[in-house]
Ligand binder design. Structure first.
Ligand code: IVH
Length: 769
């Protein structure tokens, strides 16, 4: 229990903090905290104010609606105040709202009709038309007094300067949202990068960009940034009788030439609202603009007067906010994971935090360049963003929250698992362990990859079993899998989650290859596009699957029920499970050539490249002796992959492994590919079905997660042609930081532009297909 004095102190601090954040947000277009953080503090203040009404501070932000407006824009007094909306954050609160409305109208909730609309993430704008001509545009300001931005608004292409049709009101005020489409946001930042170089102050998100653009004192500056307007309210209309539903009023506005969002729908009761919310939440990532929730409005305008208003918001409407995509948390530590090809990936261990409905406790820091770019230290407060299924990213450091106790992140000087030297190739962002298969982490990852379901698809050999087999010396390379006996497998005791790992400072549990276990959770790619690491806490269903897998391998002798946590403690692989594993190993001897090549784990040889090679070469030895020129003569094999292929087969160690695999009767035993292991048609179909196949893609700018050459190889691996210049034939431009003129051209030509977030999301989805 806190004392009254403590509570009052907290109230005062909250007021000061929130006022500072509001100033950053409204007046400087440069917020230092995510909205969710503001909302959380605001709610806490409201809670305290409810408890101590007599102590509400005179300057509390709960008294006012917004910022005070920039001094240098002319003020405009709204005839009808521009109100705000109350928010709900979950289904219970939504249900309270609907019941309140139904109660206020003395109706059954199922009878009340609502209009549901996207809550556009920009800033409110009022437009006034006199005799069909736009005479004023004003921002909301504090709700009563806003800023006159008529000249600026006139630069927004989809705002009509005069209305069309034959039912033009003598006076009309509509309100709506000004926002920026994703592609225009990218282009706006690109404009600054070009103009101001490394010193460019970039907009953090499309909303800030929209606010910054509209509130430029020089309208010519506004015109340089492309804005979009959508009307969401007809406030006043003289000379034409308005329809009596909100929806029809918007349709009337649309008939006059005013842009209205196409997603707006109406329906009855909470069931409709829930369905609309779920649908929009699903499709949110496909929209080309940001929305931060849904707005519900009672459709019948006659009922608005019945319901009335509460302080600054109407009772007939509410905003249902999506779970915040950004949150602040503390970075507790950084671990260094070692991937299949030795890539060392720094992973931030975070104080667990809910972001967009998922608990996030890890986030990749990608590589040493990214750590430097972020300037992040251990114990820093950091902004974490997770949009949709995109893996969580550390966006920035909340430098204002620094206490002086933060510590630099020290990159290891040798491999954290095997102690070998590290190396960095000049054209790569990643630092690698040079230990090769003598590094346990790399060995384990390469075996996990070999047995994974898109490679040799050997069932029952989860990463814990593999780890134990390596520890027991049963497996030293992939070929050893085919020498395992029933006795060997039965003797394997699995590592359990409860056991401490072998004293490695690296988290052995998280050194997970793309095997079955990591497919269950949302995973991210390591910089070389090979290993996968878990970024989220495992969702409940995935945890169950994982446990079931453990139970399956533990077999009947463990005496454990098929269930959840208990099964994880199983130790010995039972006889029945061992027989199954052995049968699956046996079965894998006839996997097709394309899978065999993919399973070898050659760098930058994804499924597609493996398929191309399998269709090109009749004989494994022909492939093994192909030089770079021969490989480059094959359509869709790029330089990076060619170099890696040649290097891989040149290695004596790899030649011995392949010989031994053939002796174990893989590929028909002779290397000349017999019919039964010809490239698989079903695989071909599946591989072709990816968004990059047959696409001409241009890369521009710097990505945080990988170098351009690495991405090029990955995309080529998916069947894309990576080209150097943008033309009408370009299908897609992938734009990183400081993207150049190519992005401009893409925007001009209307070519699809994809940012790093979206790219990682798609790559992540493809990996876990
Ligand atoms: S209705 C009286 N509808 O959300 C209610 N607002 O506080 C007026 N917003 O800043 C608002 N999309 O600019 C309404 N479809 C929508 C909206 C919307 C975005 C913004 C609005 C305001 C905030 C609500």
């Amino acid at each position: 229990m806190t004392t009254r004095t403590e509570d009052l102190k907290e109230m005062k601090e909250l007021v000061a903090l929130l006022n500072r954040y509001a100033d950053e947000y409204y007046n400087q277009d440069n917020p230092s905290v995510p909205d969710a953080e503001y909302d959380r503090l605001y709610r806490r203040l409201k809670e305290l104010e409810k408890q101590y009404p007599e102590d509400v501070q005179p300057d509390s932000p709960t008294h006012r609606v917004g910022g005070s407006g920039k001094a240098d824009l002319e003020k405009f007094e709204h005839k009808i105040p521009m109100l705000s909306l109350d928010n709900v954050f979950n289904d219970d609160e939504l249900s309270d709202f609907v019941n309140r409305v139904a109660g206020g109208l003395s109706r059954d909730e199922r009878e009340v009709e609502f209009c549901a609309e996207p809550k556009l993430d920009g800033l409110a704008l009022s437009l006034i038309y006199q005799n069909g001509v736009l005479i004023t545009a004003a921002t909301r300001g504090n709700g009563r007094i806003g800023e006159n931005v008529t000249a600026q608004a006139k630069t927004i292409k989809n705002i009509p300067l005069s209305l069309k049709g034959d039912r033009i009101p003598s006076y009309l005020e509509v309100r709506g949202e000004v926002f920026m489409l994703h592609k225009d946001f990218e282009a706006a930042n690109e404009f600054f990068r070009k103009r101001d170089g490394v010193k460019a102050k970039l907009y953090a998100n499309p909303r800030n960009a929209a606010a910054g653009a509209l509130r430029q004192t020089d309208p010519a500056e506004t015109a340089k940034r492309k804005l979009t307007f959508n009307a969401y309210f007809v406030t006043e209309c003289v000379g034409v009788e308005l329809p009596d539903t909100h929806y029809d009023r918007l349709m009337f506005a649309a008939s006059l030439g005013l842009p209205v969002n196409r997603e707006i729908k109406f329906g009855k009761g909470i069931a409709f609202l829930r369905e609309y919310f779920a649908d929009m939440q699903n499709r949110r990532m496909d929209l080309d603009y940001d929305i931060d929730g849904i707005v519900y409005k009672v459709n019948s305008t006659a009922l608005w007067d019945v319901l009335g208003f509460v302080s600054r918001a109407p009772r007939f409407a509410i905003a249902h906010k999506f779970p915040a995509q950004e949150q602040i948390t503390t970075l507790n530590a950084v671990d260094f994971q070692v991937g299949r090809t030795g890539a060392i990936t720094p992973v931030a261990r975070l104080e667990p935090v809910q972001v967009a409905g998922v608990t996030v406790s890890n986030a990749t820091l990608h590589n040493v360049d990214e750590i430097e770019r972020l300037g992040v230290k251990i114990h820093d407060r950091v902004v974490i963003r997770r949009a949709g299924d995109v893996i969580p990213q550390v966006m920035r450091v909340v430098t204002e929250a620094r206490t002086g106790n933060e510590k630099d992140i020290v990159f290891p000087t040798c491999c954290p698992v095997c102690g070998s030297a590290l190396e960095r190739m000049p054209d790569e962002a990643v630092i690698r362990c040079t230990g090769g298969l003598s590094c346990k982490a790399q060995l384990k990852e390469s075996i996990c990859h070999f047995v994974s379901n898109k490679a040799m698809d050997i069932r029952g050999l989860g990463d814990r079993n593999i780890e134990s087999m390596i520890d027991l010396g049963l497996i030293n390379a992939v070929n050893d899998i085919y020498h395992l006996t029933l006795e060997d497998i039965k003797n394997v005791s699995q590592k359990t989650d409860d056991e401490p790992n072998d004293g490695d400072s690296v988290n052995a549990d998280s050194v997970n290859a793309g095997d079955a276990s990591s497919e269950d959770s949302v995973s991210g790619q390591t910089p070389d596009g090979t290993g996968m690491f878990d970024m989220f806490d495992m969702p409940a269903s995935a945890e169950k699957k994982e446990a079931e897998k453990a139970a399956e391998t533990a077999g009947d002798e463990s005496g454990e029920e098929n269930g959840t946590r208990r099964a994880k403690k199983a130790k010995i692989i039972g006889e029945k499970a061992a027989v199954k594993i052995l049968a699956s190993i046996d079965d894998s001897r006839t996997r097709p050539f394309n899978r065999f090549i993919y399973a070898l784990g050659i760098r930058e040889v994804g499924e597609n490249t493996a398929m191309i090679l399998a269709r090109e070469f009749e004989n494994i030895y022909e492939l093994m002796s192909a030089d770079t020129d021969r490989l480059l003569s094959i359509k869709d094999i790029g330089e990076v992959s060619a170099r890696h292929i040649v290097n891989f087969f040149r290695e004596k160690h790899n030649q011995i492994i392949i010989d031994d695999l053939l002796k174990s009767q893989l590929l028909g035993g002779s290397g000349v590919i017999p019919q039964k292991v010809k490239p698989d048609e079903a695989d071909l179909e599946r591989i072709k079905d990816n968004p990059f196949n047959h696409k001409t893609i241009v890369l521009t700018g710097t990505l945080a997660s990988m170098k351009r050459d690495e991405l090029k190889a990955i995309l080529q691996g998916y069947g894309a042609t990576v080209s150097g210049s943008v033309s009408a034939k370009t299908h897609l431009v992938i734009a990183g930081e400081a993207a150049g003129s190519k992005l401009d051209k893409a925007v001009k030509l209307g070519v699809q532009v994809m940012g790093e977030d979206e790219l990682l999301k798609i790559l992540g989805e493809l990996e876990s297909l």
